[in-house]
Design a protein. Structure first.
Length: 351
């Protein structure tokens, strides 16, 4: 390998992280990993481990350096990227078509596995970059944030796979799935209906229970039970889901109070809150010292409570989404399929 291989991998990581910086930049994440797949092509597993790990180092280093106590998360996440490169290279050298077909399942499987030692606080999920792409993230009500990552990585892997294997159906399939995902979001995206139980949002002081509290113990406002994840807890999809499963009709979070949180890090918490709202189809009220009070509706739209007293209504919801009911079924399916694909790649080596 040459030095430019590592420079290219580092650039892929930085470009992917840059997608989190602004609304205009979020689409970079749709193409930023394509060069990495070209770099991994034909490499031995050990070489791919180093290249993919380099991309992960720059991605997570840029993404997490402003999050307090994020070193364990960064190290494990970098290793996950490196392991992805190793497994992909192993499969690609044996069964190229199967390798590219398996990429999105492997990626999501690793994102899911990564949440276990991190207790759900996996900050580096690729789908987190798309929280302003409202049409696209609506699938989170079924798949969770994992489905967003799945299609993003699928599109890029299938594009490279079509070029490298000559099987054009990969690219066609990627485009069809991409269009269908946005079409589904377009059909599902609608303004929440204000009902008789609606109320005007206001500031609050957290006096909530633990994430596993029973429904009767949830705090109530205007007769409606609500969940109250504090600070970093909003980054854990399972905590928000448990609140909803136990009867929370909306979520309210105080934002991060850690002294190390700065404005850009607070924006990452806001992105997490958007995904929690869409996953569970619940309003989320987020109050932060750095960014004020924001209301996120069940479809991910963000409204700011202005200082002039303009009203912003919140409608308690009772319907449970597929994700709220069943949790990480999609991620577990991806993990199972990726493990099966890896096993299949052992049986017959490419001639």
């Amino acid at each position: 390998m040459k030095a430019y291989h590592f420079l290219g991998a580092a650039a892929c990581g930085l470009l992917t992280a840059a997608a989190f910086l602004s609304l205009e930049a979020m689409f970079i994440a749709w193409i930023s990993l394509i060069p990495l797949f070209f770099l991994l092509y034909g490499k031995k597993p050990g070489q791919a481990f180093l290249l993919s790990g380099t991309a992960g180092l720059f991605y997570h280093g840029f993404l997490l350096f402003q999050i307090p106590d994020s070193l364990p998360s960064a190290v494990l996440s970098i290793l996950a990227w490196a392991f992805f490169g190793l497994v992909f290279s192993f499969m690609q050298n044996r069964k190229p078509f199967l390798a590219y077909l398996s990429v999105p399942f492997l990626w999501v499987g690793l994102e899911f596995v990564l949440t276990v030692p991190l207790h759900g606080y996996a900050w580096g999920g690729l789908g987190l970059s798309q929280t302003r792409n409202l049409l696209f993230i609506q699938m989170a009500g079924i798949t969770g944030a994992y489905g967003v990552s799945f299609i993003m990585i699928l599109f890029q892997a299938f594009f490279v796979g079509a070029l490298k294997t000559g099987i054009r159906v990969l690219f066609i399939a990627g485009m069809v799935i991409l269009v269908l995902a946005h079409l589904g979001g377009f059909l599902g995206l609608k303004s929440p209906v204000r009902n008789e139980a609606s109320f005007t949002a206001a500031s609050f002081q957290k006096e909530g229970p633990s994430p596993v509290a029973a429904a009767p113990d949830l705090p109530r406002f205007e007769g409606s039970a609500f969940g109250s994840p504090v600070g970093m807890e909003i980054a854990n999809p399972d905590i928000a889901r448990r609140y909803v499963r136990h009867g929370a009709s909306f979520l309210a979070t105080t934002g991060a109070s850690h002294a190390g949180i700065v404005r850009t890090a607070a924006s990452k918490l806001l992105a997490q809150a958007v995904l929690r709202a869409v996953e569970n189809r619940r309003y989320v009220i987020q109050m932060s010292a750095s960014s004020g009070v924001k209301i996120i509706d069940p479809y991910g739209r963000i409204k700011e409570i202005s200082e002039n007293g303009a009203e912003t209504s919140v409608s308690p919801e009772t319907h449970l989404t597929f994700f709220s009911r069943h949790g990480d079924v999609f991620a577990l399916l991806c993990l199972t399929i990726s493990a099966g694909s890896l096993i299949l790649s052992f049986f017959k080596k490419r001639p």
